[in-house]
Design a protein around this ligand. Structure first.
Ligand SMILES: Nc1ncnc2c1ncn2[C@@H]1O[C@H](COP(=O)(O)OP(=O)(O)OP(=O)(O)O)[C@@H](O)[C@H]1O
Ligand SMILES: [Mg+2]
Length: 259
C-alpha cells in the first residue's frame, strides 16, 4: 500500500502559561496508507487532538517530521481537511454559504462550486436545507453540514477529531455509516479520533491505540471485519475479540466509554 502520511519521531511539548512543560506526544511513529480509514483511540489527554492539529499544520511539533504524499509537511494544504467536535458554523450564513466558505477563503469563485456543494448536501441527506440557517438545524444536521464544508475542496486526507461526540447514539451510528459511504465513494484517507471503542472498530481498517500521556502508539490493530459494516457486527465473536484486545491495551481503561 502507498503511504499518504508518514509520521516520524514526532514529539510535542507544550509550555503552559505558568511555565510548566507538558510532554503531550513522545516519539510517535505512524504510517497511514492511501484510502485507509484509521481510527485513533486512547485515554483523555494522551495527545490525540495534538496529533491531528500537527497533521493539519495548525500547530508545529517540538521535534520530528510529518511527510504528506512523500514531501515534508510544513504549511496548511487544501489537500488535508479537518472536522472538529463542534460544527462551528457561521450563524449569519445559510447552510450553502457555510459549506462554500473555504472556497471563498481560497479566493476562488463560489459559483463554480455551487453544484458540488449542493451535491454534497444531498449526499449527507441535507437536500432542501441549502437556504436554512444553522440554528434551524439539529446538532446532527449541523455536523453533516460541517462535513460537507471539509469535503468541498475535495481533500485527499480527512482529519476528524471526535466529530460525533456531541450526538446521540442513533444519530452517531447513522452518521458513521454515512461517512463510510462517502469514504468509499470518494476515495479518501481518514484519520478519525474517537473515545468510543465501538465506533473505533466499526469504522476502521486499522485502529491505532495510544497510551496515556505522554502519548505513544501502543498498538496498531488491523480490523478484518467485512465491508460494508453494519451495527449488528457488534454481536459477532470477532468484534468481541477486537474490543477486548483494545480495552486491555488502553491503560486506565475506565476513562474510555464502554459504548
Ligand atoms: N495549548 C496547550 N498548552 C498547554 N498544554 C496543552 C495545550 N494543548 C494540550 N495540552 C496538553 O497536552 C495534553 C494532550 O492534549 P490533547 O488535547 O492532545 O489530548 P486528547 O488526547 O485529545 O484528549 P481528549 O481525549 O480529552 O480530547 C494534555 O495533557 C493537555 O493538557
Ligand atoms: Mg482531544
Amino acid at each position: 500500500m502507498t503511504q499518504i502520511l508518514e509520521v516520524r519521531r514526532l514529539s510535542m511539548e507544550y509550555t503552559t502559561r505558568s511555565g510548566r512543560t507538558v510532554l503531550a506526544l513522545d516519539d510517535i511513529h505512524a504510517d497511514i496508507g492511501e484510502n485507509e480509514f484509521v481510527t485513533i483511540l486512547g485515554p483523555s489527554g494522551c495527545g490525540k487532538s495534538t496529533l491531528l492539529k500537527i497533521v493539519a499544520s495548525v500547530i508545529r511539533p517540538s521535534s520530528g517530521e510529518v511527510f504528506f504524499e512523500g514531501r515534508p509537511l510544513t504549511s496548511p494544504t487544501a489537500r488535508i481537511g479537518m472536522v472538529f467536535q463542534q460544527p462551528i458554523l457561521m450563524p449569519w450564513r445559510n447552510i450553502l454559504e457555510n459549506v462554500l466558505f473555504p472556497i471563498e477563503m481560497m479566493g476562488k469563485s463560489t459559483r463554480s462550486y455551487d453544484a458540488e456543494a449542493r451535491d454534497l448536501l444531498k449526499l449527507v441527506g441535507l437536500a432542501g436545507f441549502e437556504k436554512a440557517m444553522p440554528n434551524e438545524l439539529s446538532g446532527g444536521m449541523q455536523q453533516r453540514a460541517a462535513i460537507c464544508r471539509a469535503l468541498i475542496y475535495d481533500p485527499k486526507l480527512l482529519l476528524m477529531d471526535e466529530p460525533f461526540a456531541a450526538l446521540d447514539a442513533m444519530t452517531r451510528e447513522e452518521l458513521g455509516i454515512e461517512l463510510l459511504r462517502i469514504w468509499s465513494e470518494r476515495k479518501k484517507t481518514v484519520m478519525f479520533v474517537t473515545h468510543s471503542i465501538q465506533e473505533g472498530i466499526l469504522l476502521a481498517d486499522r485502529v491505532l491505540v495510544m497510551t496515556a500521556r505522554p502519548g505513544r502508539v501502543a498498538a496498531s490493530i488491523k480490523i478484518d471485519l467485512p465491508r460494508p459494516r453494519t451495527i449488528n457486527m457488534v454481536s459477532t465473536h470477532e468484534y468481541g475479540r477486537y474490543a477486548e484486545e483494545i480495552r486491555s491495551l488502553i491503560s486506565g481503561g475506565q476513562q474510555i466509554a464502554a459504548a
